[in-house]
Each structure stands twice: as structure tokens, then as C-alpha cells.
Design a protein around this ligand. Structure first.
Ligand SMILES: Cc1cc2nc3c(=O)[nH]c(=O)nc-3n(C[C@H](O)[C@H](O)[C@H](O)COP(=O)(O)OP(=O)(O)OC[C@H]3O[C@@H](n4cnc5c(N)ncnc54)[C@H](O)[C@@H]3O)c2cc1C
Length: 398
């Protein structure tokens, strides 16, 4: 059994590490989905860019997740409306759907082989109160012009009965993909477009004291640029102290099984999104979550396994008669960046006028980060971006 991510198996570094002193218009930090999106937009704009990644492309959460491309935040829609206000919830939800569409355009544009499918997603209730939540959310989604179909009893897939699920909501527009293959495909396109990528090049120090003046240092090199773009999500507070209280590293556990005949026909989300699983194009089931079993331990940036949570995940898999005794081939962990209010933070970094950041995706980066990474480049090129206005850091300044 491997303790690395199923998606990262066999992926090798594609570029050297940074050595010596370099100059560029922009220095971009972080090669996850947000950084890859920014890199591509920079390549498309013809901006001279050095792109630095501490590990390798998609080594962070972007190569360790479940590969769901969902609409909305990690809160169910009705709860999101209660927390952030109905109009804002609708705007945020709409943006995540646009984010999905923009990712599809990138997949088509570059022919990225990432197993993308749009089979919808299924949200399942674990309790009567969650059933009421799902019903309320579905009603509000439909009232706002989104599509949500309530399902119960025999309308649900046959395996639901075995696992004790009686009620769910199907969202037909959601998708899924191999997240590392997607990010790698975009990174290749950005590099082909002229971006200079350096892997195994952790930024140790950033200085961005005024607009037009930025400097970063790695163990063996440095870059002087006009602007720093930070796409470092869970690590945001390490380079910019301002993010320390706003973006918290939170760990998630995952496992993958040997390939099995088709059972799950779309991504599934249960227990308020704490538990999630899907079956990929090869028949492999990837399953993650159960973080609520020990939320206080599952914090910090160490990608370590949590044996009890992993055991619970295995026990759940073995609940299905078709999966009894199925081999677990991979177990791994990854780190998400949870923002204080559960929404991304995009745009200026208070105290660092020469820097912009897109961070805090709170477990739903594939629902938002593509447009947020691109928004940084819109801000840099044009001084404004609707996405950055929606997710401006100003809302968090008290
Ligand atoms: C177990 C798990 C399951 C998830 N499931 C889903 C899902 O199904 N759907 C979904 O939408 N989201 C999911 N997420 C969340 C999603 O993976 C993230 O929101 C998304 O990948 C964030 O992308 P990012 O580019 O902002 O960050 P990351 O992918 O984490 O990239 C940040 C990069 O910055 C680099 N970096 C950090 N500091 C430095 C530095 N000083 N110098 C250089 N480089 C640096 C890191 O090495 C890393 O590669 C899940 C996350 C986890 C952990």
C-alpha cells in the first residue's frame, strides 16, 4: 500500500530548481490549481513570469483531493444564504458554476486528458435534520434558477439502502476529474506559453513593500519583479503574516481502492459534506473525509495519516456488499486552507502593496480557484476584477 496520493503516483518533476538571481515582471508562488490558472493567464498576456513551487506541480491539496468539481461553497446553499446573505450566496454560487465552465474550456483548449466527466453529484442525508437541510437547500437552489432534484427511497441508487441513506439531492451540473492531471496539463500549457517554472524552490522570504517593487528569495536563488502573486492557500500565513489569523491549515484524509466494477455513478457527498467518495474512469474508488471524528487533531500543514479516521473510512467502504474485502491501495492526507468566513480571499495583501494573493478555498478549490487565480492577473493587468471585488480581503478587515 502506498502512502502517497493516488493522483500523484508516477508524476515526476518537470523543471529545475531556481539557481542564481533572476528578473521578471511577475513572480508567481504556488503550483496548485490557483497558481496554474494564474500562470496560464500570465502566459496568455505575454507577461514575463517566474513561477516558483516548493515541491512539484500539484503536490499540495490540488494533487491530493477527491477531484469533485462542485457548485457552491462547503456550506449547503440555504445555510450559505443564512450566513452570508441571500444575494451574496447567489452571486458566489453563480461564480462557482462559471468557474466549472472556465475549467472545461481549458480542458478543451489544450486537450487535457484528466478524465473529466459531468455526471452530476449526489448529496446524501445522514439524519432527519440533514434531510430537512437538503430539502430546504434544494428548494432555494431551484427558486434561484439552479437545478436540484430531490430523491428518496427507490429513486436513489440501490447501494444507498445498504449504507442507510434514504434521502438525497442530485445536482446534475457538477463534475469530476483527475485533479493532478488537470493541473499538470495547465502547467505544461503555461510553460509552453513562456512561463519559467522552477520546482523544488521554496520561497523563504518575500518583500513587497510598494507597488512595482517585489523580491523573493529561495535557498539557492532570488527573483526581483514588479509584482508577487501568491497562490499558496494553506501556507498563506507563512509568507504573509496578515493571513495567519485568516487562513488556517486543515488536514483531510483520503484513500483509494483497487479498481472494481462500476458502482458509484457520480461524486457523492454525505454528512454535511464531511464524507465524500467517487469512482474514477479506471474503476478506482477514492474516498475522503471523516474529519469531524477528530477535528482538533486534523489541523496544521503536516500531511500525516490519522489511523483511526482511516480505519473508519475503510469500515465504511466495506459496508457495501460489492466492496467487502476490496484492497485499499493508497492512503494519504492533504492540507486545505480554511478562511475565516469560508470564502476565498482574492486581491491585495494588506501591508504588502507589491503583492496579490488568491487563497482560503476552504475545501472547495476546484469550485473557485480557477477564476480566482485568473482574477489576480486581471487585477495586475487592468487594476480591476469582478471576482477580486467579490472576494476582496476588505471584508475581513475589522
Ligand atoms: C483531502 C482533500 C480533499 C479535497 N477534495 C476536494 C474536492 O473534491 N473538490 C474541491 O473542489 N476541493 C477539494 N479539496 C480542496 C482543494 O484541493 C483545494 O481547495 C485546492 O486544491 C486549493 O488549490 P490551491 O492552488 O489554492 O492550493 P494548493 O493546491 O495547496 O497549492 C498551493 C501550492 O503552494 C506551494 N507553496 C506553499 N508555500 C510555498 C512557498 N513558500 N514557496 C513555494 N511554493 C509554496 C505548495 O507546495 C502547493 O503546491 C480537497 C482538499 C483535500 C486536502
Amino acid at each position: 500500500m502506498s502512502t502517497g496520493s493516488y493522483w500523484l503516483e508516477g508524476r515526476q518533476p518537470r523543471s529545475p530548481s531556481l539557481k542564481g538571481d533572476h528578473q521578471a515582471d511577475v513572480v508567481l508562488i504556488g503550483a496548485g490549481v490557483a497558481g496554474a490558472s494564474a500562470a496560464l493567464a500570465l502566459a496568455d498576456s505575454g507577461v514575463s513570469t517566474v513561477w516558483l513551487e516548493a515541491g512539484t506541480v500539484s503536490i499540495g491539496a490540488s494533487g491530493r483531493n477527491a477531484g469533485f468539481v462542485l457548485q457552491g461553497t462547503c456550506e449547503r446553499y440555504s445555510r450559505a444564504a443564512a450566513i452570508m446573505g441571500h444575494e451574496r450566496a447567489r452571486a458566489v454560487h453563480t461564480l462557482s458554476r462559471q468557474n466549472h465552465q472556465a475549467m472545461v474550456e481549458a480542458i478543451d483548449r489544450f486537450g487535457i486528458d484528466c478524465g473529466y466527466q459531468r455526471r452530476g453529484s449526489l448529496q446524501l442525508a445522514e439524519s432527519p435534520s440533514e434531510e430537512r437541510d437538503l430539502t430546504e437547500s434544494a428548494a432555494l437552489l431551484n427558486a434561484d434558477g439552479f437545478v436540484a432534484q430531490e430523491l428518496s427511497g427507490d429513486q436513489l441508487p440501490a447501494w444507498c439502502a445498504e449504507a442507510g441513506f434514504r434521502h438525497g439531492v442530485f445536482l446534475p451540473d457538477d463534475g469530476e476529474l483527475d485533479p493532478a492531471a488537470f493541473v499538470s496539463g495547465v502547467a505544461d500549457a503555461a510553460v509552453a506559453g513562456g512561463v519559467r517554472l522552477f520546482e523544488r524552490s521554496p520561497v523563504l522570504e518575500v518583500s513587497a513593500p510598494e507597488a512595482g517593487d517585489a523580491y523573493v528569495r529561495t535557498p539557492d536563488g532570488s527573483v526581483r519583479a514588479s509584482l508577487v502573486l501568491a497562490c499558496t492557500n494553506a501556507w498563506a500565513g507563512e509568507l504573509f503574516p496578515w493571513f495567519r489569523d485568516l487562513v488556517s491549515p486543515v488536514r483531510g484524509q483520503m484513500l483509494a481502492t483497487a479498481a472494481v466494477p462500476p458502482l458509484f455513478h457520480c461524486p457523492v457527498y454525505a454528512d454535511h459534506g464531511f464524507d465524500y467518495w467517487r469512482q474514477d474512469r479506471h474503476g478506482v474508488i477514492v474516498l475522503g473525509g471523516w474529519r469531524n471524528l477528530d477535528p482538533h487533531a486534523e489541523v496544521g500543514i503536516e500531511d500525516r495519516l490519522h489511523p483511526e479516521i482511516q480505519d473508519s473510512m475503510t469500515a465504511f467502504i466495506h459496508r457495501f456488499s460489492a466492496l467487502r474485502g476490496v484492497e485499499i491501495t493508497h492512503r494519504w492526507a492533504g492540507t486545505m486552507g480554511f478562511s475565516r468566513d469560508g470564502q476565498p480571499i482574492v486581491g491585495s495583501v494588506p501591508g504588502s502593496p507589491g503583492a496579490l494573493a488568491a487563497v482560503g478555498f476552504t475545501g472547495h478549490g476546484f469550485g473557485f480557484a480557477w477564476l480566482c487565480g485568473r482574477a489576480l492577473v486581471e487585477l495586475a493587468n487592468h487594476g480591476q476584477s469582478e471576482v477580486a471585488t467579490l472576494f476582496s480581503s476588505r471584508r475581513l478587515i475589522v
